[in-house]
Write a protein that binds this ligand. Structure first.
Ligand code: AMP
Length: 210
């Protein structure tokens, strides 16, 4: 199975860019964080297992993540855009063994800007839709445009959890730049600009890879 990886610091826009790219390419978008949060919300066995880990901003075990990835694959889909996976070297090696990695896009963003973006994030407590009080505001303050649900701050977007997630990023994820660069798969993208410009830049490169 072919795949493209989008990775970067929290708040760098991985989810947004993976969404746009997967739509353009007709690929499946797999966002592990969202999948895990859905399990928590539905209070499944897996959700109950990972709830505390996610809440404090730590990484879930690799084996659980592999299970989530495998159980989410849509039969017959031409390829996958992974967002939030891989998150460490062990996961990258797993990916390289099981998938054909076409390319990896690293979204490069200054830490202060990343923290500012994460702090402005809101999520609908009913339908899960995401907002950003700076770049993607709801029409009415604290109310979801789609379903009228109340907007809340994700538990792992609170200051203590953000700190932990950034530590995890520097300790485990940043090294993937080197991993992908050594295989000639890395493209670094400046994630500080406009969503549409970034998306175009990624798409132009991605089209040379698929
Ligand atoms: P995200 O929304 O991508 O920031 O992910 C939210 C949380 O889900 C992370 O802080 C981790 O607890 C968990 N998570 C997401 N992706 C992974 C992964 N590839 N490996 C381990 N834990 C993950």
């Amino acid at each position: 199975m072919k795949c493209i990886v989008i990775f970067g610091i929290q708040g760098s826009g991985k989810g947004t860019q993976a969404d746009l790219l997967s739509e353009e390419l007709g690929y499946q978008h797999i966002n592990i964080g969202n999948l895990l949060r859905e399990q928590v919300a539905m209070q499944t066995e897996l959700g109950l297992m990972v709830k505390e880990t996610i809440g404090r901003g730590a990484l879930v075990s690799d084996e659980l993540v592999f299970q989530v990835v495998e159980s989410t694959l849509e039969p017959g889909c031409p390829g996958i855009v992974f967002d939030g996976f891989p998150r460490n070297l062990h996961q990258s090696e797993y990916l390289a063994r099981h998938y054909e990695i076409l390319g990896a896009f690293y979204l490069d963003l200054d830490e202060q800007e990343a923290i500012a973006r994460i702090s402005a994030r809101r999520e609908c407590s009913e339908c899960g839709k995401n907002y950003n009080l700076k770049t993607n505001k709801p029409i009415h303050e604290d109310v979801c445009d789609s379903c009228g649900g109340r907007l809340k701050i994700r538990k792992d977007d609170r200051p203590e959890a953000i700190k932990k997630r950034l530590v995890e990023f520097y300790e485990h994820t940043l090294i993937l730049k080197q991993f992908f660069a050594e295989q000639g798969l890395l493209t670094v993208i400046d994630a500080g600009g406009d969503i549409e410009d970034i998306s175009k830049e990624i798409l132009i490169k991605a089209k040379t890879l698929v």
